[in-house]
Design a protein around this ligand. Sequence first.
Ligand SMILES: [Fe+2]
Length: 161
Amino acid sequence: MSKAVCTICHFLYDSRLGLPDLGIPSGTPFWMADDSIFMCPQCWGSKDIFIEVEESIIEVEDPNDLTELESEHVPIYTVEDETLVVRVWQVGVEHPQDRDHMIEWIEVRDEYGEVVDRVYFGLSDEVTASFSIDTEDDFEVYASCSEHGIWKWISHESTGL
Ligand SMILES: [Fe+2]
């Protein structure tokens, strides 16, 4: 899900609701909402005065013992040379990639929590992404579902993944 707040009047945009009166259907992530029609329904401010709201993060620790909901969402990754390959997909479990329910993005953050890179996904896309990273530095991987929030996998050496 995706939320953004109007910096003038504090109206909160929620992607699950959209702004149907303005032609932005429910399920539209903030970043996908059309700039030319998006405006604050309270103060009529433009899209660029909104800032995205950080959501709570669901952390998953053991990829071998997951509920179905966790399996559908957790971003599993492998590192080869300087390339980080991330996927939100496990055998037998596939997340929907529909307009009202999809994995919106996968992102990598550095050790200070700053976003280094983010890959967006659209309808019917395969949810996998590659990032170039410096493997000497710590990093974290996140995935966002339009319905179920932001997910993070805490990797352990012992899992061998
Ligand atoms: Fe979901």
